[in-house]
Design a protein around this ligand. Structure first.
Ligand SMILES: *Cc1c(COP(=O)(O)O)cnc(C)c1O
Length: 415
């Protein structure tokens, strides 16, 4: 069996067992070298044009990781006031933050306006609301390119079945609203959905957005959204997203647009998952094994409150099993259902999965947990959120978020 942990020296100078003993489990562990490599890949698209990658921080909002994103020169997208506040704390200047919210209050829009942060409006109604707050100001609008993509219907954010964006049929009305409030629409953005490995729907959406762009005057920027996938079946040799091939086709569309309109805006994309997914894993401890009606279960401390993706999206995460600091890559395999410690039947990390025979006290390492892992975690069942540790570029471990404690759990109650 392949081992991603071994082939990448994921834990640097420390072993999984040392990390688990020192910080406790469950534990999110990130590898700085892998994170920075992913950031560099998405920073270099569409060569020859002014281009910037906006990190979509909902994928992972750890402050230390945001600082690394900042150091690597990416800009950032925020979905909420909380995300904006964190980005500012991480050192992003407000001209490098793009607010792309959905159904927000005037108060939240005003917070962005007061801080000089550009806002993208995603409905005619929200555009009207914005115009009332910032007459004569600048804004962007989010367009539905008419085509969506993604690994699950819950993450397809364009096309017919979605709450997001302004439809292409409503652009004239959007322009009217903007004119009435003397707003300048300086950019347009889109987001087709999350986790595509086949670039074709994205490229179709790029092409659609570029034709929509011709209905506007000179735009400062055109933003094509995020969604680049990562290989969640990497232990079965699933290959990474083919950026090389993708870029050739992407650039051809952009070339054609620029020669048609005769000006060159700034181009953007908004990667979230790609930036941090493969640079993060989740370690958990097996506290019990059992057979129930002929099915073997391995019960860990990785509940659905810690990693929600399998329960929400039926998502697949590769698993490695570690015993006494050794990653088990040979020996007998058996089918096992890996579960957590939450009182829900759906609290499953890996369903009926062929894995090395698991024993109590083994560690399990859930791969590709750096995106939509911690950021979607909760206190369900009054469980505490785990710690996060960074393996720095020199291979040492550094705590970047402590485990929650029971004071944190009680802190918001009014007694
Ligand atoms: C979530 C989101 C992204 C990032 O999506 P990924 O699949 O993580 O790359 C980009 N843009 C918008 C508007 C989003 O909501």
């Amino acid at each position: 069996m392949n081992s991603y942990i071994e082939s990448t020296s994921f834990f640097g100078n420390v072993s999984a067992e040392e990390l688990a003993t020192k910080y406790g489990t469950p534990l999110y562990v990130y590898n700085e070298r892998i994170l920075r490599n992913s950031m560099r890949t998405v920073s270099k698209l569409i060569q020859g044009y002014r281009y910037v990658a906006n990190y979509s921080m909902k994928a992972n909002s750890n402050l230390s990781i945001l600082k690394i994103v900042n150091e690597e020169g990416l800009n950032a997208d925020a979905m909420s006031e909380g995300e904006i506040r964190l980005l500012m704390k991480a050192g992003f200047s407000t001209d490098r933050i793009f607010f792309v919210p959905n159904n927000v209050s005037s108060q939240e829009m005003q917070f962005a306006i007061d801080n000089g942060i550009l806002v993208s409006l995603d409905s005619l109604d929200q555009l009207e609301r914005y115009g009332n707050l910032d007459r004569g100001g600048r804004c962007a609008i989010r367009i539905n390119p008419g085509v969506g993509a993604g690994h699950h219907s819950k993450v397809v954010t364009a096309g017919k079945n979605t709450k997001f964006a302004i439809s292409r049929d409503d652009i004239d009305e959007a322009l009217e609203i903007a004119a009435r409030h003397e707003l300048t629409i300086v950019g347009i953005n889109q987001h087709v959905g999350s986790l595509f490995m086949d670039p074709e729907p994205f490229l179709q959406a790029v092409s659609n957005l570029l034709s929509v762009a011709q209905r506007f005057g000179r735009l400062e920027f055109i933003d094509f959204g995020g969604g680049y996938g990562v290989p969640y079946h990497k232990l079965d040799n699933e290959q990474s997203f083919d950026f090389e091939n993708f870029e050739v086709k992407f650039k051809a569309l952009v070339d054609e647009f620029v020669s048609t309109v005769g000006y060159t805006p700034l181009f953007k994309t908004e990667p979230g998952r790609y930036v941090c997914c493969e640079g993060g894993v989740l370690l958990g401890r097996v506290h019990a094994t059992k057979d129930n009606a002929g099915r073997k279960y391995a019960g860990t401390d990785i509940g659905m409150n810690v990693l929600a993706r399998p329960a929400i999206y039926d998502a697949w995460h590769d698993i490695e099993v570690i015993r006494n600091s050794e990653i088990i890559t040979d020996g007998d395999l058996e089918k096992v259902t890996l579960v957590g410690n939450i009182c829900e039947t759906g609290d499953i990390i890996a369903d009926d999965r062929l894995l090395p025979k698991i024993k109590t006290e083994d560690l399990v390492c859930v791969l590709d947990a750096g995106a939509y892992g911690y950021s979607m975690s909760s206190n369900y069942n009054c469980r505490l959120r785990p710690a996060e540790v960074l393996i720095t570029e020199n291979g040492d471990d550094k705590l970047i978020r402590r485990r929650e404690n029971y004071d944190d759990l009680f802190s918001s109650f009014e007694l």
